[in-house]
Structure formats: structure tokens, C-alpha cells
Design a protein around this ligand. Sequence first.
Ligand code: SF4
Ligand code: SF4
Length: 165
Amino acid sequence: MKKISKFLITKRIFILALLGGAVYLASSYLNISIWYIILFGIFTGVIFGKVFCRWMCPIGFMMEMIMGGGNKSQFSSMYQYHKLGCPIAWASGLLNKWSLFRIKINTDTCISCGKCDKECYISSLEPAKFSLYRPEKKKSGDSYSCSKCLKCVAACPNGSLKYKI
Ligand code: SF4
Ligand code: SF4
């Protein structure tokens, strides 16, 4: 199970291309109203938080191709993008705090290596405010801008971070 979830996280961009393409085709060729897509995006927010942008959105796919998510300036661009977003991002971003699935830490096994924070654009760009493992800071995974890329989960060497109910 751990291997499957890590595999899915590392292949996220391909999943985004596939699902984003399906959303695009559904709205363009099957004439599915944009309102149904917005409602669907918000529904996914209730269950999973802000997953639509980086797992299913055709515009998100294009933005990611342009901005990437590696070095500091790309981190910065992604952060700004996820702060702005669209109606789906606004609603699902606010739901990050209350969604059924959320990023949780097992403090008994965490070795405070900080690898999760290094992978996350929120913790990287605002280290004084956000962290995935420091209890005195706000949780990056619950913040409005967390786009559930789950890089933090994949980076944790001992499975202390989990995305679960
Ligand atoms: S899923 Fe993790 S790494 Fe990605 S933005 Fe959210 S807290 Fe940061
Ligand atoms: S990567 Fe895992 S072990 Fe390291 S600080 Fe983050 S939660 Fe703790």
C-alpha cells in the first residue's frame, strides 16, 4: 500500500494530464456545464481538500508545465498560483482545514529531519509561519494554499506523514 501511494505521488503529473484531459473533453465535447465541474471540484474538496488543482484540472496542468515546482523561483510561482486560483480552488482551499482526508503526522515516529518542509513550497517560502512537523507552527497541509501534491508525504523517510481520514 505504501509503495502504491508513493508510486501515485511520483506519477502525479501523468495522472493530472489524464484526468485534466478528461475534464477538458467533458466540458468541450460532451457539453457538460462548467457549473457541474465547479460543483464536482467543490465536492472533491469536502472529501480530499484542494486536490482538484494538481490532480484533475486542465488549467492546473498547463500552469504546472509553465511554472514547474523545483527551484525557489518556481516554488514562488506555484505558491502565488495556489493563492489566487479559481472558484474551485477558493472553496477547496478553505476546506483543507476540514476535509475528511488530511495530512497527519505521527509525532511518535517523526525524527524531525525536516525533509517534508524542504519539499513543500509553503513551508519553504514561509518557514517562520508554516511547518509540517513543528508543533508550534501552522500546519502547511491545512493551509489554504496546500494543493495536495503530497510531496511531503513521499519525502518522509519513515512514513510519519500520512494523507488519511
Ligand atoms: S501536500 Fe504537502 S508538500 Fe504539497 S503543498 Fe501540501 S503540505 Fe506542501
Ligand atoms: S520528513 Fe517525516 S520524519 Fe522528517 S520531519 Fe517530516 S514528518 Fe518528521
